[in-house]
Design a binder for this molecule. Sequence first.
Ligand SMILES: [Zn+2]
Length: 246
Amino acid sequence: MIVESLTPLLSLLDKYETKATFFVLGTVAEKHPEVIENLHKKGHEIACHAYSHDTLYKLGPAGFEKEIFKSVELLEKYKPIGFRAPSFSINNDTKWAFEILEKYGFKYDSSIFPIKTMLYGIPNAPTHVYHPNKQDISKHDPSGKIIEFPLTTVKIGFNFPIAGGFYLRVLPIWFLKWGIKRVNKNRPAIIYLHPWETYKEIPKFKLPMFSRFEAYHGISSALFKLEELLKEFKFAPVKEVLANEI
Ligand SMILES: [Zn+2]
């Protein structure tokens, strides 16, 4: 499934000569090393998304370190310097993650969502690139070693997420473009996707009308929007965007 779902995404990136950052799960690197090698050969950045996709809340410090150790070993050849936590599960309850990331040679993290949701987010965290303080990761600390590139939000009274995933699928394209332009006045924006979010699963039942809708809906909601954004904006891997700060 990962291979099939990556194909249309990779052709789209090729079409617009765009390189991206792939936050790779250890389980995927273990099962499909050739897929990761192919991403690397194409010039994309290989970064880390931990091993199992369990949240940091569930893993705890010891479990998380085990996952990072394993993932870093699996991705050793690519020397990953970037990390994204599964389900954006870094907040002040899991701030110990920064110590572990530092220990394993990571230079940047991109997991903090400066919004409030039931599952994740640090609503008062900066919306721009900063160095989290280890005692309170919503605060900037110039001596902090890890650089945080928070997930993109646009301020409309409160921080509104426009960065990708679910938001990319449900928000209208005009709003996404408007939001990115607004953010780009003073900072870069991040667009993220899981490969499965672009991929139409094979319907289990033969319901022609339903599957047609699914097919159309799948394309219109993720790949179509991504293509519209690739036409209008210039994207680069995170490590390139942060090159002056790393
Ligand atoms: Zn994920």
